[in-house]
Design a protein around this ligand. Structure first.
Ligand SMILES: Nc1ncnc2c1ncn2[C@@H]1O[C@H](COP(=O)(O)OP(=O)(O)O)[C@@H](O)[C@H]1O
Ligand SMILES: [Mg+2]
Length: 306
Protein backbone atom coordinates (compact mmCIF):
# COMPACT_ATOMS: atom_id res chain seq x y z
CA UNK A 1 0.00 0.00 0.00
CA UNK A 2 1.34 3.45 -0.78
CA UNK A 3 2.26 5.75 2.07
CA UNK A 4 2.97 9.44 2.34
CA UNK A 5 6.73 9.03 1.90
CA UNK A 6 6.68 6.37 -0.81
CA UNK A 7 7.64 7.58 -4.27
CA UNK A 8 4.75 8.06 -6.69
CA UNK A 9 4.13 5.11 -8.97
CA UNK A 10 3.56 5.05 -12.70
CA UNK A 11 2.04 2.18 -14.67
CA UNK A 12 3.53 2.33 -18.15
CA UNK A 13 1.31 0.54 -20.69
CA UNK A 14 3.20 -0.26 -23.88
CA UNK A 15 3.21 -2.72 -26.75
CA UNK A 16 6.94 -3.10 -26.25
CA UNK A 17 9.68 -0.86 -24.87
CA UNK A 18 11.02 0.64 -28.08
CA UNK A 19 13.86 3.17 -27.93
CA UNK A 20 11.41 6.06 -27.38
CA UNK A 21 9.52 4.32 -24.56
CA UNK A 22 12.83 3.32 -22.99
CA UNK A 23 13.87 6.98 -22.89
CA UNK A 24 10.57 8.05 -21.30
CA UNK A 25 11.04 5.25 -18.76
CA UNK A 26 14.55 6.39 -17.87
CA UNK A 27 13.49 10.02 -17.44
CA UNK A 28 10.56 9.05 -15.20
CA UNK A 29 12.88 6.96 -13.01
CA UNK A 30 15.38 9.83 -12.85
CA UNK A 31 12.57 12.10 -11.67
CA UNK A 32 12.09 9.85 -8.65
CA UNK A 33 8.99 7.91 -9.65
CA UNK A 34 8.67 4.15 -9.57
CA UNK A 35 7.62 2.57 -12.86
CA UNK A 36 6.00 -0.76 -13.66
CA UNK A 37 5.69 -1.76 -17.30
CA UNK A 38 2.58 -3.55 -18.57
CA UNK A 39 2.87 -4.83 -22.14
CA UNK A 40 -0.13 -5.57 -24.36
CA UNK A 41 0.05 -9.30 -23.74
CA UNK A 42 0.36 -9.01 -19.95
CA UNK A 43 -2.45 -9.36 -17.43
CA UNK A 44 -3.75 -5.96 -16.31
CA UNK A 45 -3.97 -6.44 -12.54
CA UNK A 46 -6.97 -4.26 -11.74
CA UNK A 47 -7.23 -5.45 -8.13
CA UNK A 48 -3.88 -3.74 -7.46
CA UNK A 49 -4.35 -0.79 -9.78
CA UNK A 50 -4.87 1.84 -7.10
CA UNK A 51 -1.25 1.51 -5.98
CA UNK A 52 -0.50 3.64 -9.06
CA UNK A 53 -0.74 7.43 -9.15
CA UNK A 54 -0.91 7.53 -12.94
CA UNK A 55 -0.96 5.25 -15.99
CA UNK A 56 0.86 6.36 -19.14
CA UNK A 57 -0.66 4.72 -22.21
CA UNK A 58 1.65 4.13 -25.18
CA UNK A 59 0.14 1.03 -26.76
CA UNK A 60 0.71 0.98 -30.51
CA UNK A 61 -2.67 -0.59 -31.28
CA UNK A 62 -5.49 1.94 -31.04
CA UNK A 63 -7.94 -0.64 -29.70
CA UNK A 64 -5.47 -1.77 -27.02
CA UNK A 65 -4.84 1.85 -25.95
CA UNK A 66 -8.59 2.41 -25.65
CA UNK A 67 -9.08 -0.81 -23.71
CA UNK A 68 -6.26 -0.17 -21.26
CA UNK A 69 -7.34 3.46 -20.62
CA UNK A 70 -10.99 2.57 -20.12
CA UNK A 71 -10.37 -0.22 -17.62
CA UNK A 72 -7.75 1.71 -15.67
CA UNK A 73 -9.88 4.85 -15.45
CA UNK A 74 -12.97 2.92 -14.40
CA UNK A 75 -10.87 1.24 -11.70
CA UNK A 76 -10.04 4.72 -10.35
CA UNK A 77 -6.62 5.72 -11.71
CA UNK A 78 -5.94 8.70 -13.98
CA UNK A 79 -4.57 7.84 -17.40
CA UNK A 80 -2.47 9.89 -19.78
CA UNK A 81 -4.03 10.40 -22.23
CA UNK A 82 -7.46 10.17 -20.70
CA UNK A 83 -9.88 7.67 -22.18
CA UNK A 84 -12.14 10.31 -23.69
CA UNK A 85 -9.31 11.98 -25.57
CA UNK A 86 -8.03 8.62 -26.87
CA UNK A 87 -11.59 7.84 -28.03
CA UNK A 88 -11.65 11.04 -30.08
CA UNK A 89 -8.10 10.64 -31.40
CA UNK A 90 -8.73 7.11 -32.62
CA UNK A 91 -11.71 8.06 -34.76
CA UNK A 92 -11.26 10.62 -37.54
CA UNK A 93 -15.01 11.12 -37.95
CA UNK A 94 -15.48 11.86 -34.23
CA UNK A 95 -12.67 14.40 -34.53
CA UNK A 96 -14.27 16.13 -37.50
CA UNK A 97 -17.49 16.53 -35.51
CA UNK A 98 -15.66 17.80 -32.43
CA UNK A 99 -13.64 20.31 -34.49
CA UNK A 100 -16.81 21.56 -36.12
CA UNK A 101 -18.51 22.09 -32.77
CA UNK A 102 -15.50 24.06 -31.53
CA UNK A 103 -14.99 26.13 -34.67
CA UNK A 104 -11.58 24.59 -35.43
CA UNK A 105 -10.59 25.11 -39.07
CA UNK A 106 -10.50 21.85 -41.03
CA UNK A 107 -11.10 20.67 -44.60
CA UNK A 108 -14.78 20.51 -45.59
CA UNK A 109 -15.95 17.00 -44.75
CA UNK A 110 -18.77 14.48 -44.88
CA UNK A 111 -19.23 11.17 -43.09
CA UNK A 112 -20.42 8.45 -45.50
CA UNK A 113 -22.49 5.70 -43.92
CA UNK A 114 -23.32 4.09 -47.30
CA UNK A 115 -21.18 3.51 -50.39
CA UNK A 116 -23.84 5.07 -52.67
CA UNK A 117 -23.57 8.34 -50.82
CA UNK A 118 -19.97 8.70 -52.03
CA UNK A 119 -21.25 9.46 -55.54
CA UNK A 120 -23.06 12.55 -54.18
CA UNK A 121 -19.74 13.79 -52.82
CA UNK A 122 -18.13 13.74 -56.28
CA UNK A 123 -20.23 16.78 -57.06
CA UNK A 124 -20.02 18.34 -53.60
CA UNK A 125 -16.17 18.29 -53.72
CA UNK A 126 -15.76 18.97 -57.45
CA UNK A 127 -14.51 15.44 -58.05
CA UNK A 128 -11.52 15.91 -55.72
CA UNK A 129 -11.64 14.40 -52.26
CA UNK A 130 -9.95 12.04 -49.84
CA UNK A 131 -11.56 8.94 -48.32
CA UNK A 132 -10.26 7.84 -44.92
CA UNK A 133 -11.08 4.84 -42.76
CA UNK A 134 -12.21 6.39 -39.47
CA UNK A 135 -9.64 4.41 -37.48
CA UNK A 136 -6.29 4.06 -39.15
CA UNK A 137 -2.79 5.48 -39.07
CA UNK A 138 0.49 5.59 -41.02
CA UNK A 139 -1.49 6.59 -44.15
CA UNK A 140 -3.17 3.18 -44.37
CA UNK A 141 -6.32 3.20 -46.48
CA UNK A 142 -6.21 6.98 -47.05
CA UNK A 143 -7.22 7.35 -50.72
CA UNK A 144 -7.28 10.33 -53.06
CA UNK A 145 -10.32 10.23 -55.35
CA UNK A 146 -10.09 12.58 -58.32
CA UNK A 147 -12.74 11.34 -60.73
CA UNK A 148 -15.66 8.97 -61.09
CA UNK A 149 -13.49 6.10 -62.32
CA UNK A 150 -11.24 6.13 -59.26
CA UNK A 151 -14.34 6.18 -57.07
CA UNK A 152 -15.82 3.24 -59.02
CA UNK A 153 -12.57 1.32 -58.48
CA UNK A 154 -12.45 2.16 -54.76
CA UNK A 155 -16.06 1.06 -54.27
CA UNK A 156 -15.64 -2.16 -56.31
CA UNK A 157 -12.55 -3.13 -54.29
CA UNK A 158 -14.32 -2.30 -51.07
CA UNK A 159 -17.45 -4.30 -51.97
CA UNK A 160 -15.38 -7.36 -52.78
CA UNK A 161 -13.70 -7.48 -49.37
CA UNK A 162 -16.45 -5.92 -47.23
CA UNK A 163 -19.80 -6.81 -48.86
CA UNK A 164 -21.74 -5.98 -45.69
CA UNK A 165 -20.22 -2.53 -45.29
CA UNK A 166 -18.83 -3.31 -41.83
CA UNK A 167 -15.94 -0.88 -42.36
CA UNK A 168 -18.36 2.03 -42.81
CA UNK A 169 -18.66 4.89 -42.09
CA UNK A 170 -15.67 6.52 -43.75
CA UNK A 171 -14.56 10.13 -43.49
CA UNK A 172 -14.63 12.12 -46.72
CA UNK A 173 -12.51 15.28 -46.81
CA UNK A 174 -12.05 17.99 -49.40
CA UNK A 175 -8.61 17.54 -51.01
CA UNK A 176 -6.34 20.31 -49.74
CA UNK A 177 -3.74 21.99 -51.93
CA UNK A 178 -1.01 21.49 -49.34
CA UNK A 179 1.99 21.49 -51.73
CA UNK A 180 4.34 18.59 -50.92
CA UNK A 181 4.13 18.79 -47.13
CA UNK A 182 1.96 18.85 -44.06
CA UNK A 183 2.93 20.09 -40.59
CA UNK A 184 3.26 17.93 -37.49
CA UNK A 185 2.91 19.74 -34.17
CA UNK A 186 3.84 17.79 -31.05
CA UNK A 187 1.82 18.84 -28.01
CA UNK A 188 2.71 17.84 -24.44
CA UNK A 189 0.33 19.02 -21.74
CA UNK A 190 -1.35 22.19 -22.99
CA UNK A 191 1.51 23.46 -25.13
CA UNK A 192 3.04 22.76 -28.52
CA UNK A 193 6.70 21.84 -27.98
CA UNK A 194 7.86 21.52 -31.59
CA UNK A 195 6.56 21.82 -35.15
CA UNK A 196 8.03 20.48 -38.35
CA UNK A 197 7.15 20.09 -41.98
CA UNK A 198 6.84 16.56 -43.29
CA UNK A 199 7.91 16.80 -46.89
CA UNK A 200 7.39 14.07 -49.46
CA UNK A 201 8.95 14.20 -52.91
CA UNK A 202 7.31 11.08 -54.27
CA UNK A 203 3.91 10.68 -52.61
CA UNK A 204 0.91 12.86 -51.80
CA UNK A 205 0.89 11.08 -48.40
CA UNK A 206 3.35 12.86 -46.12
CA UNK A 207 3.61 10.47 -43.18
CA UNK A 208 7.20 10.15 -41.87
CA UNK A 209 6.49 6.45 -41.60
CA UNK A 210 6.22 6.44 -45.42
CA UNK A 211 9.53 8.25 -45.85
CA UNK A 212 8.66 11.98 -45.64
CA UNK A 213 11.55 14.27 -44.66
CA UNK A 214 11.47 16.29 -41.44
CA UNK A 215 12.15 20.04 -41.58
CA UNK A 216 11.71 21.96 -38.30
CA UNK A 217 9.69 25.21 -38.40
CA UNK A 218 8.96 27.80 -35.75
CA UNK A 219 5.89 27.66 -33.55
CA UNK A 220 4.14 30.60 -35.15
CA UNK A 221 1.19 32.51 -33.67
CA UNK A 222 -1.46 30.88 -35.93
CA UNK A 223 -0.15 27.41 -35.03
CA UNK A 224 -0.25 28.25 -31.30
CA UNK A 225 -3.80 29.57 -31.66
CA UNK A 226 -4.99 26.35 -33.30
CA UNK A 227 -3.31 24.33 -30.53
CA UNK A 228 -5.11 26.38 -27.91
CA UNK A 229 -8.45 25.77 -29.62
CA UNK A 230 -7.66 22.07 -29.84
CA UNK A 231 -6.71 21.75 -26.16
CA UNK A 232 -9.86 23.64 -25.15
CA UNK A 233 -11.84 21.09 -27.15
CA UNK A 234 -10.08 17.83 -26.24
CA UNK A 235 -8.22 18.49 -22.98
CA UNK A 236 -4.50 18.44 -22.25
CA UNK A 237 -2.43 15.36 -23.07
CA UNK A 238 0.20 14.11 -25.48
CA UNK A 239 -0.76 14.69 -29.10
CA UNK A 240 0.57 14.74 -32.65
CA UNK A 241 -1.45 17.31 -34.53
CA UNK A 242 -1.39 17.15 -38.34
CA UNK A 243 -1.95 20.52 -40.00
CA UNK A 244 -2.22 21.70 -43.59
CA UNK A 245 -1.27 25.08 -44.86
CA UNK A 246 -3.86 25.48 -47.61
CA UNK A 247 -2.10 27.24 -50.50
CA UNK A 248 -5.47 28.05 -52.11
CA UNK A 249 -6.92 30.27 -49.36
CA UNK A 250 -3.71 30.71 -47.29
CA UNK A 251 -5.10 29.36 -44.04
CA UNK A 252 -4.13 26.54 -41.70
CA UNK A 253 -6.51 23.60 -41.43
CA UNK A 254 -6.41 20.63 -39.08
CA UNK A 255 -5.98 17.30 -40.88
CA UNK A 256 -6.23 15.10 -37.77
CA UNK A 257 -5.02 14.72 -34.20
CA UNK A 258 -3.22 11.61 -32.96
CA UNK A 259 -2.69 10.34 -29.45
CA UNK A 260 0.61 8.64 -28.72
CA UNK A 261 2.73 10.32 -31.41
CA UNK A 262 5.95 8.58 -32.44
CA UNK A 263 9.11 10.68 -32.30
CA UNK A 264 12.07 8.27 -32.48
CA UNK A 265 13.31 9.50 -35.87
CA UNK A 266 12.02 13.09 -35.95
CA UNK A 267 13.53 14.23 -32.64
CA UNK A 268 17.01 13.38 -33.91
CA UNK A 269 16.45 16.14 -36.47
CA UNK A 270 14.56 18.80 -34.47
CA UNK A 271 16.38 18.00 -31.19
CA UNK A 272 13.41 18.78 -28.95
CA UNK A 273 13.44 16.01 -26.36
CA UNK A 274 9.86 14.74 -26.54
CA UNK A 275 10.59 11.82 -24.19
CA UNK A 276 11.77 14.22 -21.48
CA UNK A 277 8.70 16.45 -21.95
CA UNK A 278 6.37 13.44 -21.59
CA UNK A 279 8.20 12.30 -18.45
CA UNK A 280 7.92 15.84 -17.00
CA UNK A 281 4.20 15.85 -17.77
CA UNK A 282 3.80 12.57 -15.84
CA UNK A 283 5.55 14.09 -12.82
CA UNK A 284 3.55 17.32 -13.09
CA UNK A 285 0.27 15.42 -13.39
CA UNK A 286 1.01 13.43 -10.25
CA UNK A 287 2.37 16.40 -8.27
CA UNK A 288 -0.56 18.65 -9.03
CA UNK A 289 -3.04 16.00 -7.97
CA UNK A 290 -4.59 15.87 -11.43
CA UNK A 291 -3.18 12.36 -11.47
CA UNK A 292 -5.82 11.21 -9.06
CA UNK A 293 -9.52 10.90 -9.47
CA UNK A 294 -11.74 13.06 -7.29
CA UNK A 295 -12.70 10.08 -5.14
CA UNK A 296 -9.06 9.38 -4.33
CA UNK A 297 -8.52 12.90 -3.11
CA UNK A 298 -11.67 12.79 -0.99
CA UNK A 299 -10.59 9.47 0.52
CA UNK A 300 -6.98 10.52 0.92
CA UNK A 301 -6.79 9.49 4.58
CA UNK A 302 -7.78 5.93 3.73
CA UNK A 303 -4.83 5.63 1.31
CA UNK A 304 -2.13 6.98 3.58
CA UNK A 305 -0.44 4.72 6.11
CA UNK A 306 2.35 6.45 7.96
N1 LIG B 1 -7.73 16.28 -47.14
C1 LIG B 1 -6.47 16.05 -47.52
N2 LIG B 1 -5.90 16.76 -48.54
C2 LIG B 1 -4.62 16.52 -48.92
N3 LIG B 1 -3.83 15.57 -48.35
C3 LIG B 1 -4.34 14.85 -47.34
C4 LIG B 1 -5.68 15.05 -46.89
N4 LIG B 1 -5.91 14.21 -45.86
C5 LIG B 1 -4.78 13.50 -45.68
N5 LIG B 1 -3.83 13.88 -46.57
C6 LIG B 1 -2.46 13.32 -46.65
O1 LIG B 1 -2.53 11.99 -46.19
C7 LIG B 1 -1.72 11.82 -45.02
C8 LIG B 1 -2.39 10.83 -44.08
O2 LIG B 1 -3.67 11.33 -43.69
P1 LIG B 1 -4.11 11.37 -42.17
O3 LIG B 1 -5.50 11.88 -42.10
O4 LIG B 1 -3.09 12.10 -41.38
O5 LIG B 1 -4.14 9.82 -41.79
P2 LIG B 1 -3.13 8.88 -40.96
O6 LIG B 1 -3.82 8.64 -39.66
O7 LIG B 1 -3.02 7.63 -41.76
O8 LIG B 1 -1.84 9.64 -40.78
C9 LIG B 1 -1.57 13.22 -44.45
O9 LIG B 1 -0.40 13.34 -43.68
C10 LIG B 1 -1.51 14.06 -45.72
O10 LIG B 1 -0.23 14.02 -46.30
MG1 LIG C 1 -1.70 11.56 -39.87
Amino acid sequence: MSNLYAPPKLLFCVTKLREEERRIYDYVLQAGMEVDVCTDNMQLELADIRQYDLALIRCMSQSKALERAQYIELAGVRTLNQYESIRICTNKAFQALLFERHGIAQPAFEIAFTLDKLYDYLERFNGNFVIKPVSSSWGRGVTWINDRLTLDAWIAARESIDPQGKALPVLVQQYINKSNYDIRVVIVGDEPIVAFKRISHDSWLTNTHLGAEVEPISLSKPIKEIVKQLIDAIGSGVYGLDLFYDHTDHTYKVCEVNQNPEFAKSWLIHHVDVAQAIAELCVYTVNTGTGRNVNDVVNEHTRITI
